[in-house]
Design a protein around this ligand. Structure first.
Ligand SMILES: *Cc1c(COP(=O)(O)O)cnc(C)c1O
Length: 432
């Protein structure tokens, strides 16, 4: 399969170039040149298949020109080491819990798949692949845990000293092994600048194989389509139409759902649910697409004013704006509405995290004006990951899952570093 750049469809590259480069040289996002459609028989037999079997079929359809069966199986097995249960919350309303992975957020799926695929695609195995990541929290933990102990790859995480929540910090500074955490005396933007400078430095790039595992990488984006197939297959048999509501920030997750739909999964509608960073809901209502500065909210992983995957959504609808606006409905919510939803659903015996709460609200509003649907909202993080907000909202302590509690006990190991490029470069050159 060739992958084209959304900025120039005639520029295409191989799978390995798309994955190792991440972003196209013209700043476009890579997209598969053709989207395979699964047979009706396969779609009908999904309920009898396990999550991994679904993974082999879907990933096989997308990657069989580039990977052999054994590699496809290895990739899927490495990725799907935890479940994604579908939990009934109300009549016809289901939560797809995507937080059972190592860092308790859905980004674990993409990070695990990406790490394994990168290690398969590196041609020069004599040299380690070095993944540079600047993080303000979430990305660092998902990438670090996804790449932990993956052969031939070393991850270097740059994070701003004192600017990341203690729990998030523990999730990438206590791992050791092939994960190195650099504590930069600066802010997130300084970390980002250092990483960008390293990618532009010809001396470093001659000496080291450098890459990024940035969220727009197809190797993080594509595997997210798997849990849509799985969730769909676990819904009760019904004649009702199916809608998925996705709490969205950069719009990668919902884009992967639309990819599943284009592959033949009969999802009727999508709901793009956001906090007050509502660029896309406004676009869907007919406004032009207008990037804005981001506004801080309680669902802070979705505080995005310039959603990076938007060109991918346009590409999936082949530039047909009318159809895009018809099939994806947008809703947005304030923090007050979000915490109110957490309180309301808790009374029904289910605890939402602030992101899932936004997804729940979007689903309910859609279903109110569109009777006859069965709906799924994506629960993208464990409520314990946002315990400050959730505990304050509910007035009670949450029980943290064991693996989150285990991170808190780990010993923090970091290399403190000033924010100047020469120091960072000297450090990178010292790696063998
Ligand atoms: C990253 C993230 C989102 C947003 O996902 P996108 O793919 O960027 O739209 C939602 N919820 C949580 C918990 C996240 O970490």
């Amino acid at each position: 399969m060739r992958y084209y750049s959304t900025n120039n469809p005639s520029h295409t590259v191989s799978l390995s170039e798309a994955v190792i480069k991440g972003l196209a040289p013209d700043n476009g996002l890579y997209m598969p040149q053709s989207i395979p459609v699964l047979s009706r028989e396969l779609i009908e037999s999904l309920p009898e298949m396990s999550f991994r079997e679904i993974g082999y079929a879907v990933i096989g359809a997308l990657f069989s020109e580039d990977l052999n069966d054994e590699q496809i199986q290895e990739l899927v097995d490495h990725t799907l080491v935890f479940d994604a249960p579908l939990v009934g919350v109300e009549e016809d309303v289901y939560s797809l819990e995507l937080f059972h992975g190592p860092t308790l957020a859905f980004k674990d799926f993409g990070a695990r798949f990406c790490s394994k695929l990168m290690s398969m695609l590196v041609e020069d195995k004599s040299q380690k692949l070095r993944v540079l990541v600047a993080t303000s929290g979430d990305t660092g933990s998902a990438v670090a845990n996804g790449f932990l102990e993956v052969e031939g790859v070393e991850v270097i995480i740059l994070f701003p000293k004192g600017k990341v929540s203690p729990l998030q910090e523990k999730q990438f500074t206590t791992l050791g092994k092939n994960i190195i955490a650099l504590e930069i005396d600066g802010v997130f933007d300084d970390c980002q600048t250092l990483v960008k400078q390293a990618f532009l430095d010809s001396e470093l790039n001659q000496k080291l194989q450098l890459t990024s595992a940035n969220s727009i990488n197809i190797a993080r984006w594509i595997p997210q389509c798997l849990y849509y197939f799985y969730a769909f297959s676990r819904l009760p048999k019904t004649r009702k139409k199916v809608v998925f509501s996705v709490p969205s920030g950069n719009f990668g997750n919902i884009g992967a759902g639309i990819l599943a739909q284009r592959m033949g999964l009969p999802i009727d509608h999508f709901v793009a649910a956001t906090n007050v960073n509502k660029v896309v809901p406004e676009y869907l209502e007919g406004a032009p697409f207008h990037v804005k500065p981001s506004i801080p909210t309680v669902s802070n992983s979705m505080d995005v004013g310039n959603p990076s995957n938007f060109p991918r959504l346009q590409a999936l609808y082949e530039g047909n704006e009318g159809f895009f606006r018809k099939k994806v409905r947008g809703y947005y919510y304030t923090d007050a509405q979000t915490v109110e939803a957490i309180q309301k659903v808790k009374k029904q015996g289910y605890i939402l995290d602030p992101h899932g709460a936004v997804g729940y609200l979007g689903l309910k509003d859609f279903m109110k004006s569109h009777p006859g649907y069965i709906g799924v909202f994506l629960e993208t993080a464990h409520p314990g990951k946002f315990r400050d907000v959730v505990e304050r909202t509910l007035g009670e302590k949450l029980v943290l899952p064991d693996r989150l509690a285990a991170f808190l006990k780990g010993e923090k190991k970091v290399i403190p570093m000033k924010k100047d490029f020469d120091t960072f470069k000297a450090f990178l050159k010292s790696l063998e």
